[in-house]
Design a protein around this ligand. Structure first.
Ligand SMILES: [Zn+2]
Ligand SMILES: [Zn+2]
Length: 368
């Protein structure tokens, strides 16, 4: 499938070129995108039809990143996979869904526990008191553990603790900025950071009401939906939402169109798990971030993980220091992966390769 650039992606690319700003990893506390702050709430998601009644809701780049959603229509109501980083984003998603159907959202499925995939659950719960929120058992546990990683109820406090510093930095950057366009972006980012903080303060976390520990099939009216628990990968609780008839899979961040985020992951298991995913018969991937993808992207993405692990193991056996590995492996894998992993203004190859090398060294070589 040829890469089709959406209007929003093109604009985002232009924005990054014009503003020449740096980006920080959206999964971390500082999780900021320095440009493209102008997107109005109504433009947060682009609904892309991937099968009859099945959509990939592709998130626009925001200062506080939102994940994609998968939206699945059934005769009884709507099933939504993942709920973004905040209730205002999931409310915007809900408004877009209501433009297609007036049926209620009956189920939300969380692919994993990261902050940008579940913090909007509560707005769906507010629209339907009977809402079912489904996740793997491990994800449910992670959502309340203090040290599970970058997500969960305790992580809300960590974000709140970090935000005043981010806000101060934005204010000082605004003072220093002389370019009117960049200043305007920074001011919009400041406004978003302040409203994000207000939303976090008022958050009423809506946690899973139903969990799965192994693969199960939901027989929804007019639709078969399989929930696959296939092993550790991006986290220890990844859930894959697979529609066998429509040949569509929603993967959360276990398969994305950015560089993978390994900090809460299991690199070697991840490769095996993706091989299990590959056995399913699908043509369209709704990934956690980036655009709808063909099945061939799995091979590319898994290839990166495999090559990264091999390179770190070899460099380590050769006695390289971590800093040496980060530089050398970054350059070594670039010809094969840099372009394909750098399609968007966030999560690009050079943003993450150093951290990826460090994580593989820690988790695979040192077995931490
Ligand atoms: Zn994510
Ligand atoms: Zn994630």
């Amino acid at each position: 499938m040829a890469k089709q650039w959406t209007r929003r992606q093109v604009l985002a690319q232009m924005g990054i070129a014009a503003a020449a700003v740096h980006t920080l990893d959206p999964h971390e506390l500082c999780c900021t995108v320095a440009a493209h702050a102008q997107t109005a709430d109504k433009d947060l998601f682009e609904l892309k039809k991937v099968a009859d009644g099945v959509y990939g809701a592709i998130a626009a780049t925001r200062f506080k990143v939102n994940c994609n959603a998968a939206v699945i229509m059934t005769d009884d109501g709507v099933i939504v996979v993942d709920s973004h980083s905040k209730p205002s984003a999931s409310r915007a998603m809900y408004t877009q869904i209501q433009g297609i159907t007036k049926k209620p959202v009956i189920k939300v499925i969380n692919t994993h526990f990261h902050w940008d995939h579940w913090q909007g659950n509560e707005s769906y719960a507010a629209t339907n008191p009977k809402l079912e929120i489904i996740a793997s058992q491990q994800t449910k546990e992670n959502l309340t553990k203090p040290d599970a990683g970058v997500g969960g109820v305790p992580y809300i406090e960590k974000q709140l603790a970090a935000l005043p510093g981010e806000i101060d930095k934005l204010k000082s950057d605004i003072q220093k900025e002389s370019d009117p366009g960049k200043k305007k972006n920074l001011e919009a980012n400041l406004q978003q950071a302040e409203s994000f903080m207000q939303e976090l303060k008022q958050m009423k976390p809506a946690l899973p009401t139903r969990t799965v520990t192994t693969t199960v099939t939901l027989k929804e009216h007019g639709r078969e939906i399989q929930l696959h628990v296939l092993g550790r990968g991006h986290t220890n609780g990844d859930l894959y939402i697979y529609l066998p008839k429509e040949k569509v899979i929603a993967t959360g961040d276990a398969l994305i169109d950015w560089m993978p985020f390994l900090n809460d992951g299991y690199p070697e298991d991840w490769v095996q798990t993706l091989t299990a995913v590959e056995k399913l018969d699908f043509t369209h991937i709704v990934p956690g971030h980036g655009d709808v993808l063909p099945k061939s992207h799995l091979t590319f993405f898994r290839g990166y993980l495999t090559d990264l692990i091999a390179a770190v193991k070899k460099a380590s056996a050769d006695g390289a220091t971590l800093a040496e590995m980060q530089t050398k492996i970054g350059d070594q894998l670039a010809p094969k992966y840099e372009a394909g992993m750098s399609k968007y203004p966030v999560g690009r190859y050079r943003d993450r390769i150093g951290q990826n090398v460090e994580m593989v060294h820690k988790k695979v070589v040192n077995k931490a």
